[in-house]
Design a binder for this molecule. Structure first.
Ligand SMILES: [Zn+2]
Ligand SMILES: [Zn+2]
Ligand SMILES: [Zn+2]
Length: 965
């Protein structure tokens, strides 16, 4: 089959080389004069306009982009496949599949009418394509093919010798052209505006083509459910969404919606709110919102970008929360729900909490107070239908709450997905959305305090050990600041110490304890399951976390092995292998691929996984028949399968799950070949039932009990992976016997809660110069503010031909716009420009991306709103090394007034703070040493670290010794 494709492609390439006259036909196919019916088709635009969903050029652009995305994902695979193989058989097949794929009647009809029209015209115009006419003649009878547009277009392109890339690009181009010309016809844009729009969208269109091209029809999918909704359900949905509700008992009631539709709208709680609003909301896809260009792509600093965002992606609400204005963005997730995303603007000048505790705890207490905070909030599902309440900023059950200061520094305050109480959204989904929003708005640094737990386990410890980073690490959040003086070095070291523990050593360390048998059993169980060697605790946790989603499968396997009867046949089939060179026999479980995937938590439907498996088996079979024996390397196999499967993600996923699986009447196995390369082999299973009997026979002989059959105390390893993870977490991480080193390491990881994502500055490829503008430190020195200026300058942009004067103005504007105390700042001088005059042009004198220092006057030193850390001048000096508030509980000494951690002073978190507290330092100077002398830390010191101390206690420690001697 793949050979056919290659042959066809070659033949077509020859044709086009031989016959350049075909190019004239190719161009004609794309010419708008060709009466293909595209002219009459508006792709649902008309309905969208009637519903006031699209009312101007901005909306139109969004609409077009959505349409192109959907066309790319859904139809390009059909164009591709038809172009590659423009035969009658293939056409009929594609037509049938597409007919079954198109989910709404309106879209289906449009596709059919456009397609048959194109076929008719092409058959009579391109007379050189004899086969086209004959194909049409064969299929013209009723019910043979539906003449869907995409396959017809692909067939014609193929016959005209177009290469597959061009034909797919052409298809997107035509779609774009047709919808924009529909917009002109509907008076949405003028002809010139339409041409400009078409050209502007072209780059987006190209990215769509790149994203979706060369995929197999198995991968065709809807990406813009909104469009599908518009095209399919507009009659009803639109009346619900945007029409003014009719009065009870009044005439002209809306017709009953079809049942399926009623069902889908019932789960859209937000619709009611929309309806009450009586105005046109903008809707975006939850999963594509805030991708570059979707719908905006601002290139300025955050303070400007957020304004563009609010203007273009959000609607102002008609109420305020505590005087703060807010905007709402509606995000459509599949057809299941519409999610409201609120943006609240908090002006610091009038705020009750002008300072930022999060900044202080992140170590940004020295930042100047930004004028505005923007809160990005997705409330809990149950509140989607209500207006936001006054206490919205203090609620911790939001699905998402992020805060970004107008200088671009921000904090992720909470994420709650399904596990956090949402019925609809996954934490990962929300995190993706938040990450895209930060990226598109060019937020500079976002911190997060990771206190997330699952099944009672701190994820920063569990994930830290398993993956080397926290859950947030997947999105690029890195260590920012540890509490109790834990430094990044300490953190890395602690992670390394914990995760490199050898499993064998653990088993040994536990050997004379009650958990011994249990831990041994558990390790053995997962070692048996894993294909790779599990050496360290990291390997083990990592493996357990990857299979946790399949815990149901595990349960079934255990059930099946415990009661080997009919259920074995259904769920798993075991086959014994006889290796000649190995006297030790090993049981290998062979499972039916269908039952394996039935329990896998995959994003692909089972049908497509099975299809992929069949393709892989076919490739292996063919290879075997050609070569005779031996396996295929993973790369070769993947390449062969790629001919039929466009989605490499799907392919890799299936390849990964294929080991000792039965597909049809074949067993696929995986192993390392003599060249140390991963290799797949295939064998026939003549009669799986016979092999099963064989297995049962061998099992009787060997009587080797499997670990999951052992009568072990609870939890039985493998019954519930999470139970096992919790068990190991508690024993090997939290309560490791007699190891202060591990105890300290665990504490260090648990004490590291602040993580940060840094978005480094990137100069854009445009006609603007960008500078980072800092205020001269000297300006603050005068006021005893030390060198605590803004940590990174403000981004200032000026045109290429700007003068020194323009730069001063831009810097002044940026600083005034951003910081409270800079409200009346006047820039008098730019330090880096030496002798340059105001009227001199910058270009050539200053590189784009450079830092500049400005001097000026008008800083409001009397303002209270100087630093995010607040006006208080706390002195923090704790024996753990902390020199700054880190968010942990502290107490001030009543003599020296220095703050220190309660924990470091041996005050339990459950204990109240004593009414009078004198720190150990003051104690030693005024009297005999207290019982909780820092000496007690001595024992752990040299255990953990070679030179530096884990808790930075060397300095204090030496002092204490000095004091005590
Ligand atoms: Zn802050
Ligand atoms: Zn401390
Ligand atoms: Zn003191």
């Amino acid at each position: 089959m793949e050979q056919d494709l290659v042959e066809t492609e070659k033949r077509r390439k020859r044709e086009i080389n031989i016959d350049p006259s075909l190019q004239w036909s190719q161009w004609q196919l794309l010419d708008s004069i060709l009466p293909t019916g595209g002219f009459a088709h508006s792709f649902g635009l008309e309905a969208a306009i009637q519903a006031r969903l699209v009312s101007g050029p901005d909306d139109l652009q969004t609409f077009v982009i959505h349409l192109l995305e959907n066309t790319g994902s859904l139809l390009l695979p059909f164009v591709y496949s038809a172009t590659m193989n423009p035969t009658l058989d293939n056409w009929q097949k594609l037509d049938r599949i597409l007919d079954a794929t198109l989910s709404n009647e309106v879209g289906r009809k449009a596709s059919v009418s456009q397609g048959s029209s194109l076929m008719r015209v092409a058959a009579s115009v391109f007379t050189e394509l004899l086969s086209l006419k004959s194909m049409r003649d064969v299929c013209i009878g009723p019910g043979v093919v539906s003449f869907h547009h995409a396959p017809v277009f692909g067939i014609i392109c193929g016959l005209l010798g177009m290469d597959s890339g061009t034909s797919q690009r052409a298809y997107i181009f035509m779609t774009m052209r047709d919808v924009i010309s529909a917009a002109t016809r509907l008076n949405l844009v003028g002809p010139l505006g339409a041409a400009v729009l078409q050209h502007r969208v072209a780059s987006v269109a190209e990215s769509m083509v790149k994203k979706w091209m060369d995929r197999s029809v198995e991968d065709a999918c809807q990406t813009a459910p909104l469009l599908d909704t518009i095209q399919g359900c507009h009659t009803y949905l639109f009346s619900r969404l945007w029409e003014v509700p009719k009065k009870e008992g009044g005439g002209g009631e809306t017709k009953d919606p079809p049942k399926a539709l009623l069902h889908s709208t019932m789960s859209i709680p937000i619709l009611e709110t929309c309806r009450k609003r009586k105005r046109r909301p903008k809707l975006f896809g939850l999963h594509s919102f805030a991708e570059p260009g979707c719908p905006i792509n601002p290139t300025g600093p955050f303070r400007d970008n957020i304004r563009i965002f609010l203007k273009q992606c959000a609607e102002p609400e008609d109420y305020c929360v505590k005087g703060m204005p807010l905007w709402c963005t509606l995000l459509v997730r599949d057809k299941s729900c519409v999610v409201p995303l609120y943006t609240i603007e908090e002006g610091v000048n009038h705020s009750l909490n002008p300072f930022c505790d999060h900044c202080r705890c992140t170590g940004w207490g020295n930042h100047l107070v930004s004028k505005r905070k923007y809160h990005v909030v997705i409330p809990n599902d149950r509140d989607w239908n209500k207006p936001l309440e006054d206490n919205v900023l203090n609620i911790h059950s939001h699905l998402l709450h992020g805060l970004i200061h107008c200088n671009g520094f921000g904090h992720l305050l909470c994420i709650n997905g399904i596990e956090g109480g949402s019925k609809y959204l996954y934490g990962r989904e929300i995190m993706d959305l938040w990450d895209r929003i930060c990226e598109i708005l060019k937020a500079r640094k976002i911190s997060v305090e990771d206190a997330s737990k699952k099944h009672g386990m701190d994820l920063r410890l569990l994930h830290g050990v398993a993956y080397g980073h926290t859950w947030f690490g997947r999105w690029g959040y890195k260590f920012c600041r540890g509490s109790y003086g834990v430094s990044e070095e300490n953190y890395d070291r602690a992670i390394e110490i914990l995760s490199s523990q050898k499993l064998d050593k653990i088993i040994q360390d536990f050997s004379d304890r009650e958990q011994s048998r249990q831990i041994k059993c558990m390790v053995q169980h997962y070692r048996d399951l894993s294909e790779s060697q599990l050496v360290t605790i990291r390997d083990l946790f990592k493996f357990m976390l990857t299979i946790k989603s399949r815990s149901t499968l595990q349960k079934k396997l255990v059930a099946a092995t415990a009661a080997p009867s009919a259920s074995v046949q259904k769920n798993s089939i075991r086959i014994s292998f006889h290796k000649k060179d190995n006297s030790k026999e090993k049981y290998l479980r062979c499972k039916r691929f269908t039952s394996v995937i039935a329990h896998m938590d995959s994003r692909w439907p089972a049908k497509r996984l099975e299809f992929a498996a069949e393709v892989i088996v076919d490739a292996l079979k063919q290879h075997k028949s050609e070569v005779g024996h031996g396996g295929m390397t993973r790369q070769d196999l993947r390449d062969a399968a790629r001919m039929h499967i466009g989605d490499t993600g799907l392919l890799d996923y299936v390849l990964k799950s294929m080991n000792n699986v039965i597909v049809g009447c074949h067993i696929v196995r995986r192993g390392i070949n003599s060249a140390r390369v991963l290799e797949y082999t295939i064998d026939d299973v003549d009669n799986p039932v016979k092999d099963l009997k064989l297995l049962e026979a061998t099992e009787e002989i060997h009587q080797k009990p499997l670990p999951d059959l052992l009568p072990a105390p609870t939890p039985v390893p493998g019954t519930d992976v999470y139970n096992d993870v919790v068990y190991l977490y508690n024993n090997t991480l939290l309560n490791y016997p007699e190891s202060e080193l591990l105890e300290l390491a665990t504490q260090a990881v648990l004490d590291s809660k602040h993580f940060v994502k840094d978005r480094p500055f990137r100069d854009e490829d445009d006609q603007l110069l960008r500078f980072f503008c800092q205020v001269m430190p000297g300006l603050f020195d005068a006021e005893n503010m030390a060198t605590e200026t803004s940590p990174a300058g403000e981004l200032v942009m000026v045109p290429l031909h700007a003068t020194v004067f323009d730069l001063k103005q831009a810097a002044e504007k940026a600083l005034r716009d951003t910081y409270c105390i800079m409200d009346k700042f006047v820039v008098t001088e730019v330090d880096n420009l030496g002798e340059m005059e105001d009227r001199d042009v910058l270009f050539g004198a200053l590189e784009s991306g450079a830092e500049i220092l400005v001097r000026g006057s008008g800083i409001d030193f009397d303002s209270n709103l100087k630093h995010e850390g607040g006006a208080d001048n706390w002195i923090v000096r704790c024996e753990c090394g902390a020199r700054d508030d880190d968010g942990e509980r502290m107490i001030a000494c009543d003599i020296c007034e220095v703050w220190q951690h309660t924990r470091c002073c041996s005050i339990e978190d459950s204990e109240a703070v004593p009414p009078l507290f004198v720190c150990p330092g003051c104690c030693t100077s005024f009297g005999p040493p207290m019982t909780n002398s820092p000496l007690e830390f001595q024992c752990s010191d040299d255990l953990l670290l070679d030179s530096a101390t884990m808790y930075g206690m060397d300095y204090e420690y030496d002092n204490c010794i000095g004091l005590l001697q």
